[in-house]
Design a protein around this ligand. Sequence first.
Ligand SMILES: NC(=O)c1ccc[n+]([C@@H]2O[C@H](COP(=O)([O-])OP(=O)(O)OC[C@H]3O[C@@H](n4cnc5c(N)ncnc54)[C@H](O)[C@@H]3O)[C@@H](O)[C@H]2O)c1
Length: 442
Amino acid sequence: MSKTIQMEKLKIKEPEGKLGVLLPGLGAVATTFIAGVLAIRKGLGKPFGSITQMQTIRLGKRTEKRTPLIKDFVPLADLSYLVFGGWDIFKENCYQAARRVRVLDENLLEKLRPELEKIEAMKGVFNRNYVRNLNGNYIKWGNRWEMAQKLIEDIRSFKRKNKCQRLVMIWCGSTEVYMKKHRVHSSLKNFEEGLKKDSKFISPSMIYAYAALKEGIPFANGSPNLCVDTPALVELSKITKTPIVGKDFKTGQTLMKTIIAPGLKARVLGIRGWFSTNILGDRDGEVLADPLSFKTKEKSKLSVLDYILQPNLYPELYGKIEHLVRINYYPPREDNKEAWDNIDIFGWLGYPMQIKINFLCIDAILAAPLVLDLVLFLDLAKRAGLYGIQEWLSFYFKSPQVAEGLYPEHDLFIQLTKLKNTLRWMMGEELITHLGREYYET
Ligand SMILES: NC(=O)c1ccc[n+]([C@@H]2O[C@H](COP(=O)([O-])OP(=O)(O)OC[C@H]3O[C@@H](n4cnc5c(N)ncnc54)[C@H](O)[C@@H]3O)[C@@H](O)[C@H]2O)c1
């Protein structure tokens, strides 16, 4: 039998006291997440889709039969210790926002009403140049530096009032216009100068990320915005020893893509074309109707196939793919998105075949458990002394943020293996390579 390698466990602080969850953008995703956690706490629903709550992890050899739930294996905060807050650019409480987005059932929301009504949006940091289809009127005033300071005040006062021991921030605000990295993003010094000079290259989501990182609060970016994916904010995350992760929650059509594309590639089946189209009717859809916000989303959605299929290594199979992504704003559908994919594939001797996928999903229902997992895992990472980019959480994102010069891993199953191995590594358990020779060695 091969030897078991004993790994050293990381020192992880216990999750004592309340964990405050701060969400810029109290729209469909944020309210479905908050109301969902409240419902689960009352036994009114189950956390389906959440890895932290429902998935197991195998430890040691298959013969050992040790497969605890992840939440029983790593010291995660208990759901009963979460408290919620956030910002928006419209003055609404969480109950009103949840009713407006119409994702969750009215009867369920009535049962949660007193708690949801207490969560009032704080005034957002907003500028229409970055989200051109929204016209928020509940916003802070000042230059970028002053707004960052106001956000820091909000954070401290939320922490004090709610008696939180720790905080996590997840960006659930709208998709901003497409932005490229600029000199102002190249270092923390340039970024802070940019804030003071009110540089137009600093978008609102970057100001939230800056405020969180200054306070040492783990930050995840659920949208495709550039946001925390800049050398300046990565530098700040290292200085304040804060975990960060992004970008763009992997739900719906891209989730399907990252399930199917690795399968086709594993069987070396070729792809000639992949046409993806969506109809979507909520505020997110309205924002994405602006070509500049759509460009940010499109970049995020398009990159996935290239990285998974590696056309440079397989030019005959994936060198000439027609990959198109369309999103149409169609109000009657609200958050109930409908996505169609047509995949033109080829097999043995180049014979053509087609796959059609018609996914009728509720976007926020797919995104809410991701928010929960990110909250709990980022809090765990912070207590374990991890900081900077947390690539092991790329499982949750369409455009995983990675170290400069590294290409992101998009294959959902590799991402899950990475996530679970990171948890094993944290807890001093043997990593699982799936080699399995020991079962056949006598
Ligand atoms: N729904 C999904 O499955 C999914 C998947 C991937 C990514 N996302 C991204 O997550 C984000 C949220 O999605 P959603 O469906 O909840 O959208 P939504 O439009 O329902 O909610 C976004 C909220 O953010 C608010 N907002 C915009 N700019 C703000 C600012 N600067 N400060 C504070 N609040 C601001 C808006 O008023 C709105 O209430 C979007 O960026 C979306 O692209 C969502």
